[in-house]
Every structure is written in structure tokens, then in C-alpha cells.
Design a protein around this ligand. Structure first.
Ligand SMILES: Cc1ncc(C[n+]2csc(CCOP(=O)(O)OP(=O)(O)O)c2C)c(N)n1
Ligand SMILES: [Mg+2]
Length: 341
């Protein structure tokens, strides 16, 4: 990454981190209902992956989706409002943390069902007109749109994801499977639920595979550029195994349970590899002074403060409107097919 790209990556990662820390405060203050799944520690993955995408590309996200959505450029104010169930939320407060979407940015939704985002991404890839999908003979196999499916290591044990690997490979879909391999599914270590690694499984389905240091935004960006180009040029889907770690509990409420599934030493070891600190060190190597970094941090703080103010000022939806935005209006074709008049 050149200095400009690295500064942009730093700003994105700081924004995701501060957004998430603020979410924790708002959940604890009951300003956000329920609990959410924080992305703290994994910022380099969403940031590096999204930096490699073009404007027409699309992504699907997970229960731990705030980082993907902000990394792709969604407005933090509308995202806070969504989490606070306000009318100015990205989805008018109907989606919340686990079903936030912004189709205008190609964000086809976070998803509370583990593994369920990948087939949406495959559908978008199929609809992109990829020659392998349409079966049309052509010499120009480049496609306009690449789909990225984010998911965790635990999701690989869901049948739907394995089925999606299979069809994506068979149809040579322009897709990137971005596995955020943080080593745990809630409290279960990956080794307790699979004999082989995610990469070994993906290889068996015929996906092109690369293992990536998911704590290093430049490494993710470089791998993501390769993966997106591979998919866009019609050479088929790619699986990126991004090794990373969540610094906090599975969700905002976990600390109340006193669980002991990760050792203090393990957490501290990974915290020592904080992806944001690493980028700050590299920016110093690019000639930035501590004062420059402090100014960037201040800008992020002001951006997030303004976003919270915006969300707090937004109204709650009227109860009578509860069903608004919940169903698509049937088109003539679907209405006829399903017998509607
Ligand atoms: C189909 C399904 N099964 C179980 C759950 C409950 N659940 C929520 S998150 C999670 C763990 C997912 O682990 P992973 O895919 O590694 O993502 P991570 O939480 O580590 O980011 C589980 C089992 C769910 N939401 N959906
Ligand atoms: Mg996991």
C-alpha cells in the first residue's frame, strides 16, 4: 500500500474500532436493544478486503457484520440509528445489528443465520453474467461484478456453505469466500469440530485457496486484490483463509457469564498483534509523526460523536408502521407465478 492507501486503511480500521467500542457503551446503557457481536481485533480483514473491491462489487456479511458494513463505506450515523431501531437507520430500524444492509453500496446484508450469507453472494455472482454461470462461449471472461461472502471458521460446518463452495466451483462463479478464521465458534475451538483446516476443505471443492495473515491489513489487501482479479477475470472462485482473532467476547453479554474457554495468555498474545497499532507503526515508517496520527484519531472521534448524535436525534418508528418495509411488492412475474392477483 502506498502512504495514501495506508492512511485510508488506518482511518477505516480506527472508525470500525471506535464504532464497536461505542456500540458496547450503548448496549450497556440500554440505548441499543439486545446484544451485538463486536468486530474488535478483526478490523484488518474487512478493511483490506473492501479496499480491493470496485464500486459494482457486492458482499454478504455475518452476525459479526459491523466491520464489513463500515469497511464498505456505509454511514456510521445511519448504522448507529439502525442498531438503535430508529427511523433513520440504514433499514429504518427493521434490520438491527444482524440484518443491516445497504444495497446502494452492494452490501446485501448482515445475517444472523450462520453461513446463510454465502448463497446470497453466489446468487449475485451467478446473476453477474459470468460466462461459466450462463454457459455462453466467449473469449472475454471478465465480469463487471464480483461477490464476496464473509463468514467465520465455524460457518464452514454449515451444509449450506459447503453446498455453495461446490456450486461456485462447478459454475466458476466470480466469487471470493473470505473466511475470518478467528479460531472459535462461540466457545468451541475450531479443532474440536473439524479434522482438517478450512483451506484443506476449500481445496477439496476445487476453490483456489490462499492463507492470509488476517492481522496485517497490507497482507489482506494484497491477497484480496489477487482474489478479486482471479474471480473477475473468469478463473473461478477463491477462498481466503484469514487468520485473525477477536479481542473481546463472542458478544456484548459474554463477560457476564465468566466463561474460561480462552486463556489470558492467548488473548494477550494476539492483542500484542493489534492490527491498528501495526498500521500506526508502519505509518511512522512512511514519515508520519505522532501528532499526525493523533489528528487522524481526533477526526475519527469527531465522526463517531456526530454519528451518535445523529442516531439519538432520530425518532423511533410508530408502532402502526411495524410491517412497513418488511415485504417486497410482488412484480407481475412473481405475482403470476405464485398465484397472486
Ligand atoms: C445456523 C445457525 N446455527 C447456530 C447459530 C448460533 N451461533 C451464532 S454465532 C455462532 C458461531 C459462529 O462462529 P464463526 O462462524 O466462527 O463466527 P465468529 O462468531 O467466530 O465470528 C453460532 C453457533 C446461528 N446463529 N445460526
Ligand atoms: Mg470463528
Amino acid at each position: 500500500m502506498d502512504t495514501t492507501e495506508l492512511i485510508r486503511a488506518y482511518q477505516t480500521m480506527r472508525t470500525i474500532r471506535l464504532f464497536e467500542e461505542t456500540v458496547v457503551t450503548l448496549v450497556n446503557a440500554n440505548e441499543i436493544p439486545g446484544v451485538t457481536h463486536e468486530y474488535i481485533g478483526q478490523e484488518a480483514v474487512a478493511t483490506g478486503m473492501c479496499a480491493a473491491l470496485g464500486p459494482d462489487d457486492v458482499l454478504t456479511s455475518t452476525h459479526r457484520g459491523h466491520g464489513h458494513i463500515i469497511g464498505r463505506g456505509a454511514d456510521p450515523g445511519r448504522m448507529f440509528a439502525e442498531l438503535m431501531a430508529r427511523v433513520d437507520g440504514l433499514n429504518h430500524g427493521r434490520g438491527g445489528s444482524m440484518h443491516a444492509a445497504d444495497v446502494s453500496l452492494g452490501i446485501y446484508g448482515a445475517n444472523g443465520i450462520v453461513g446463510a450469507g454465502a448463497p446470497f453472494a453466489a446468487g449475485a455472482a451467478w446473476a453477474s453474467g459470468a460466462p461459466g454461470a450462463a454457459g455462453e462461449p466467449t473469449t472475454d471472461r471478465r465480469v463487471r461484478r464480483v461477490s464476496v461472502a464473509f463468514f467465520g471458521d465455524g460457518a464452514i460446518n454449515q451444509g449450506v456453505l459447503l453446498e455453495t463452495f461446490n456450486l461456485a466451483a462447478a459454475w466458476e462463479l466470480p466469487m471470493v469466500f473470505c473466511c475470518e478464521n478467528n479460531g472459535y465458534a462461540v466457545t468451541t475451538p475450531a479443532a474440536a469440530s473439524a479434522k482438517v483446516t478450512p483451506s484443506e476443505r476449500a481445496t477439496g471443492f476445487g476453490l483456489a485457496v490462499r492463507e492470509v495473515d488476517g492481522m496485517d491489513v497490507e497482507a489482506v489487501y494484497e491477497a484480496a486484490q489477487w482474489a478479486v482479479d482471479h474471480a473477475r477475470s473468469g478463473r473461478g472462485p477463491v477462498f481466503l483463509d484469514c487468520r485473525c482473532y477477536r479481542f473481546v467476547g463472542h458478544n456484548t453479554g459474554e463477560h457476564m457469564l465468566g466463561l474460561q474457554y480462552r486463556t489470558h495468555d492467548e488473548i494477550e498474545l494476539w492483542r500484542g498483534r493489534d492490527p491498528i497499532t501495526a498500521v500506526a507503526d508502519r505509518l511512522r515508517g512512511h514519515g508520519l509523526a505522532d501528532a499526525d496520527l493523533a489528528r487522524l484519531d481526533d477526526e475519527v472521534q469527531q465522526h463517531i460523536d456526530a454519528a451518535v448524535t445523529f442516531a439519538r436525534a432520530s425518532a423511533s418508528p410508530e408502532p402502526a408502521t411495524a410491517m412497513d418495509y418488511m415485504y417486497a411488492t410482488p412484480t407481475l412475474t412473481t405475482a403470476t407465478r405464485w398465484g397472486h392477483r
